[in-house]
Design a protein around this ligand. Structure first.
Ligand code: NAD
Length: 269
């Protein structure tokens, strides 16, 4: 017979799930890019688990943060240090803490390497890399002072593999993979865990804009599960990484990609 640990043993390791207890009860989460696609799904999922969520997004109207809202939009441009500093200050004024940060603000384009204007490279690096860096610095300082925190950066399978037309975008996502590992190293001493998601193709406003029918077909064929992922599937993985269940996981890059990054020769048509 299976010898299961007694109930108290689970509690000792923080693994007890008490029926109705929500996983992010009383936590304050900042989600950049939180008004669309993957970020919006993460904001909704975190809120359903009891968090107060600040959806910090370029598309949010300028104005004060509504401290009473379950999901409060807040205007931020993550490429600007003054803006990310103001974001963290507004959350601290409203809630007095930042327990969780998800860096989902980002964008990309598919352009062949030789045709990629340097201005496109600069813009993609500014939003995806500089933006992740600045938001994590601003929120990370508040987490350091509190002695705990969890950060999830949104990388991409395009930062793990060479996909067509992804020179600028792939370079930015590869940078996020390494940034995640370095942040995890530097912030561990403050009780802050840092991980990344590497989504495969996900149906969001971004992919609706960027993916042609041919691109969709190519991604679907290259993915073991033969379909795009959903924003909700990305949110489930982000929830795991920020929750107590991932207490011993840091510096990890988790592909959530229907098997894309693990795929090799595929004998199916
Ligand atoms: P999306 O376009 O639906 O949402 C991105 C959000 O970021 C938007 O609300 C936008 O206003 C915001 N944003 C853009 N620039 C900003 C800035 N300077 N400051 C603040 N907010 C800004 O895109 P999505 O598909 O949900 O992508 C979210 C993240 O996931 C991105 O980092 C993207 O690279 C990554 N990703 C997406 C896919 C996919 O297939 N959709 C796959 C891998 C990785």
């Amino acid at each position: 017979m299976l010898d299961l640990p007694r109930r108290g043993a689970y509690r000792k390791h923080g693994l007890e799930t008490e029926g109705t207890r929500m996983r992010l009860q009383d936590q304050v989460a900042v989600v950049t890019g939180g008004l669309s696609g993957i970020g919006a799904a993460i904001a909704a999922r975190f809120a359903s688990e009891g968090a107060r969520v600040v959806a910090a997004d370029l598309a949010a109207p300028e104005g004060p943060l509504d401290a009473g809202a379950t999901i409060a939009p807040l205007h931020v441009d993550v490429t600007q240090e003054a803006s990310t500093d103001a974001m963290a200050a507004a959350v601290m004024d409203a809630h007095g803490r930042i327990n969780i940060l998800v860096n989902s603000a980002g964008f990309g384009l598919d352009i062949p390497f030789l045709d990629t204007p340097v201005a496109v490279l600069d813009r993609i690096l500014a939003v995806n890399v500089r933006g992740t860096f600045l938001a994590a610095q601003a929120c990370g300082r508040a987490m350091r002072d509190a002695g705990s925190g969890a950060i999830v950066n949104i990388a991409s399978v395009s930062g793990l593999r060479g996909s067509s037309g992804r020179a600028a975008y792939g370079a930015s996502k590869g940078a996020i993979v390494t940034l995640t590992q370095v942040m995890a190293m530097d912030l561990a001493q403050y009780g802050i865990r840092v991980n990344a998601l590497a989504p495969g193709p996900v149906d969001t406003p971004l992919t609706l804009r960027v993916h042609t029918p041919e691109t969709r077909q190519a991604w679907t064929r290259a993915t073991m599960l033969r379909r795009y992922g959903t924003p909700e599937e990305m949110a489930a993985a982000a929830l795991f990484l920020v929750s107590a269940e991932a207490a011993y996981i840091t510096g990890h890059v988790l592909p959530v990609d229907g098997g894309f990054a693990a795929a090799g020769m595929d004998s199916r048509a």
